[in-house]
Design a protein around this ligand. Structure first.
Ligand SMILES: C[S@@+](CC[C@H](N)C(=O)[O-])C[C@H]1O[C@@H](n2cnc3c(N)ncnc32)[C@H](O)[C@@H]1O
Length: 319
């Protein structure tokens, strides 16, 4: 498929195409901040993988034996330019990229609630480097559209997509605030690791529902605080050292937000504590990670003294 937009008759095509043109003009400028990701993307333009496998923990794109030494060097260098790798693992022409997150764990947790993706138009909002989009491919979606506003992840995904020739996957350099451009477009929406970063989570859910087709399914995953009461924590400044964290709900609070924005069949299907096995410093992400975010004397608390995060998963339907 050349352009997924041809499928989305109800999208604001004019505005989306105008945004793309603006983005392309912006990124064509020879600015250092753009070139540091654009150059590695361009350096691998001539490479395409013969073998891919998206069915195991590490998304595999190409085997080492497909390339000569010079090209293997280029791949290694390009992959290093996309550090820090947050989501993964990936194995790219034999280069093992052990990302901060063991993202396959999240994928395995949502599998029991995964709607049938076959032939569906899917959105992954805040898709990062596209780890989950690749994992969706064995389920045969018609297309998956990732929205991701950060240049590092955008170019990283574009590089992986081109190496993999994954023609069903697309990305826009956009954020969840651009969702109103996609009125009644998506059969399935993934919103994972986003909602606690939004200053108006309920308004966002309303906009996301409007971007879904009737009968569409939302899979939402979030940080959460423990407890049964339908309340949210609102940190004074940071939560687990992360700035830009607003409402951290309990699972029941998130359930109520979904119900109050008109979703039905809302189901909490998984809830688990975070762990430093799942999110940790690696050779490909050398900054602080989960264990640095907790009170060293009491792992039930964050360094700020708030309850340490759980992760919750909900499934909801746009009636
Ligand atoms: C915590 S990560 C979650 C990544 C992935 N969805 C997951 O669950 O593993 C948040 C992602 O959202 C992206 N992001 C930041 N601002 C955003 C926005 N306004 N709209 C959509 N995504 C955003 C970040 O760049 C990052 O890739």
């Amino acid at each position: 498929m050349r352009d997924y937009l041809d499928l989305l008759k109800t999208a604001n095509q004019e505005a989306i195409r105008a945004r793309r043109a603006e983005t392309a003009a912006l990124l064509a400028q020879p600015k250092k901040g753009f070139l540091r990701f654009r150059e590695p993307y361009e350096s691998l333009r001539h490479l395409h993988a013969r073998v891919t496998d998206y069915s195991t923990e590490a998304v595999t794109i190409g085997l080492a034996e497909e390339l000569g030494e010079a090209d293997l060097g280029l791949v290694h260098e390009a992959m290093q330019s996309f550090m820090p790798w947050r989501k993964g693992p990936f194995k790219v022409f034999g280069v093992d990229i052990d990302a901060e997150w063991q993202s396959w764990r999240k994928w395995n947790r949502l599998l029991p609630a995964l709607p049938d993706l076959a032939g569906k138009v899917v959105a992954d909002i805040g898709c990062n480097n596209g780890y989950y989009m690749f994992r969706m491919l064995p389920h045969k979606p018609r297309c998956v559209v990732g929205l991701e506003p950060f240049l590092q992840h955008y170019y990283c995904f574009k590089t992986l997509r081109r190496l993999a020739k994954a023609d069903e996957l697309f990305i826009e350099l956009m954020g969840v605030e651009d969702v109103p451009l996609f009125s009644s477009c998506f059969d399935v929406v993934f919103l994972m690791g986003i909602i606690y970063h939004r200053i108006s989570p309920v308004e966002m859910l309303r906009e996301i529902r409007a971007a879904m087709r009737p009968g569409g399914v939302l899979i939402i995953e979030s940080q959460a605080i423990p407890g049964e009461a339908p309340v949210a924590l609102f940190p004074e400044e940071r939560y687990a050292k992360v700035p830009g964290t607003y409402f951290v709900p309990t699972a029941n609070c998130l359930r109520n937000w979904l119900l109050r924005t008109g979703f039905t069949e809302v189901e909490i299907f998984c809830c688990h504590p975070m762990s430093s096995e799942e999110q940790r410093k690696t050779a490909w992400m050398t900054f602080e990670s989960y264990e640095d975010f907790l009170d060293p004397h009491n792992p039930a608390l964050t360094v700020e003294g708030y309850p340490a995060p759980l992760r919750v998963f909900l499934r909801a339907v746009n009636p």
